[in-house]
Ligand binder design. Sequence first.
Ligand code: HXC
Length: 517
Amino acid sequence: MAISKALADELEKRRAVALEGGGKSKVEARHAKGRLTARERLDALFSQGTFQEFGLHAQHKTRHFGMEKKSIPTDAVITGTGFVDGRPVAAFSQDFDVAGGSLGEIHSKKICHTLDHAVKAGIPVIGFNDSGGARIQEGVGALSAYGQVFYRNVQLSGVVPQISVIAGPCAGGAAYSPALTDFLIMTREHAQMFICGPEVIRAVTGQVTTMEEIGSAQAHASVSGNIHFIAENDAHAVAIVHRLLSFLPSNNMMDPPHRIEPDLSIADDPVIDDLVPEDSKTPFDCRRVIERLADDGDFLEVMESFAANIVIGFGRIGGMVVGFVSNQPTVKAGTLDIDASDKAARFVRFCNVFNIPLVTLVDVPGFLPGVNEERRGIIRHGAKMLFAYASATVPKITVIMRKAYGGAYLAMCSQDMGADRVLAWPSAEIAVMGADGAVNILYRKELAETEDKQAKAKELADDYRAEFASPYLSAGMLFVADVIQPRETRSAIALTLRGLMSKRETRPPKKHGNIPL
Ligand code: HXC
């Protein structure tokens, strides 16, 4: 028995209407701005021919204020699954060309189905956000619909990776769904994200501002720290998603995509010997060290423009995916401040929950001194780093390159914070506090009576460094497993990682710890 022509035609007609989305003129206007449609974004994400849509025929069964006159193809969001580099991935893509991509009950049901499917199947979710927010005509039902999405974002957190692309407006409470996900990528020109826009801010507070200042990709990447990557356009955003996925496992029960060769042979790299200046006060770019440590120099930096005094990102060493955390001596002398602590702590927790080993590179003179830092709560924020490292059970390897002073030494994953192996370079200075500070406290009175105060202080500081901050002192007390030449670092880390592949560390059962937020 064959399907009648009439039935087959009706299906094709319905498909054509849904696939047309907002219609030809809206698509042309979008292309003229160099932007992709919601469907084209998914086409770019998934390998050709692998997308399976859920809810192409979605539409309202009930009538809402003003909506009986309007047809909303796909209910303004395209959802489904496909494959990226041979791995299944779930995605939704809001269609601004249809009812402004606004979110109503059916729209939300489609996104929720995608999230539920992702958690069942154990696969990552990618969300393209491009929406005018809650569908005004659906009233409070649209608010509840947002709540359903937020609830699921939280249930999925730590189970499967969630990545948000902000590809258009993302306003008001709607911004909280992306904010609950692991990584946010925002397109530079056509995306805005904010809770209260410039007009509302002016009306309520009298403050005059611009969208550029509060809601642009640039503002979020460098000032608010709400996003992780800026993309030049939609295609670039998808390329960043692909790159991120190449380092992430599909779920928390799997290992990340290591590329293990059976034989591990890594030669010394003499180039690293020359990267660190002899004078401990001369800054050097820690990214040059990371690039030498990572296989093929391949390093995906995360949150590049925010709290640049700490550098975080993904790479591989000897084939194993790792998360790098490094102080950056070229910015604020590599000190830890509130923003750097927040940035690193969240990254450490992401790596831990998705089984990604941590490699920590240390050159830290301490926490940033300052009235603002103290009053804004550096104690609470710095504690996040201690909390994150101490609760991480993935393999943790720490390399002390130069300074490792005071509480910041502990916050950068010392052995006491559970590091599996701490290595130090001969240039390492490990001590309870910096040499100048220690001399000032211990010898203030003597120095006041000395004629050439500066020369004496320098002499005492040099003595302190040689005697109290020597890496051999820490190695002698077993705080450091070994002192190695910089050139030996890559092979030392690779060997340690390989030896820790089956690391299991159990902790007392509990609901969750109470990280100082
Ligand atoms: C229904 C909407 C809509 C919405 C836009 N549209 N937003 N429809 N509900 N929230 C429709 C418009 O009516 C229009 O339909 C089409 O989408 C395109 O919108 P334009 O305004 O023409 O586009 P543009 O000039 O590019 O402006 C984009 C915009 C603006 C800045 C996003 O649309 C806007 O300000 N929208 C409202 C944003 C907002 O306040 N949302 C908050 C809702 S409350 P036609 O038929 O003319 O093409 C909320 C709370 C969520 O979101 C809380 C969650 C916890």
